[in-house]
Write a protein that binds this ligand. Structure first.
Ligand code: HEM
Length: 148
């Protein structure tokens, strides 16, 4: 897998913009997920008891931060060593327990790309999209390998 320095820089710079306004983009991210798959609400401990995606929910923010942060980390790994390696299989176990399936990974990818499109604004391009999508796909693949 070849991932260029330019792609890594695109992911990195836009991830920083995302992270600077995490509470706002976190709400957007879950809103996009739930628009596509309302039933996912019951999967998340921090969403199931609320009628709307509540801004300022620390658990929701923390999870969004981890997802986007791990995709950014995957971009760095891809650029440096051409593959994404997870430290352990904890994520495989957690997502298996939560009943996460392939179609959920697709929904989360779409929501992540839609969120990043908002973050980047006018400068969003096919190049940005491909860079984020590639890093996400490789990370999702690494997680799925550890799911049983
Ligand atoms: C939990 C990352 C995809 C649903 C987590 C955790 C991390 C994480 C780091 C916390 C694990 C822990 O407790 O130690 C990711 C990444 C993803 C991804 C990097 C994609 C590349 C998904 C998808 C779904 C999902 C597709 C389903 C829609 C969940 C749920 C939890 C969780 C329900 C438990 C959160 C809670 O209720 O407290 N994920 N995840 N994740 N993830 Fe994901």
């Amino acid at each position: 897998m070849s991932f260029t320095q330019r792609q890594e820089a695109l992911v990195n710079s836009s991830w920083e913009a995302f992270n600077q306004n995490l509470p706002f983009y976190s709400v957007l991210f879950y809103t996009f997920i739930l628009e596509k798959t309302p039933a996912a609400k019951n999967m998340f401990s921090f969403l199931k008891d609320f009628n709307e995606v509540i801004q300022g929910n620390p658990s929701a923010n923390a999870h969004a931060e981890m997802v986007f942060g791990m995709v950014r980390d995957a971009a760095i790994q891809l650029q440096v060593k051409g593959e994404v390696v997870l430290e352990d299989n904890v994520l495989g176990v957690v997502h298996t327990q939560k009943g996460v399936a392939d179609r959920h990974f697709v929904v989360v990818k779409e929501a992540l790309l839609e969120t990043m499109k908002e973050v980047v604004g006018d400068k969003w391009s096919e190049e940005f999209s491909v860079a984020w999508e590639t890093a996400y796909d490789e990370l999702a693949y690494a997680i799925k390998k550890t799911m049983i």
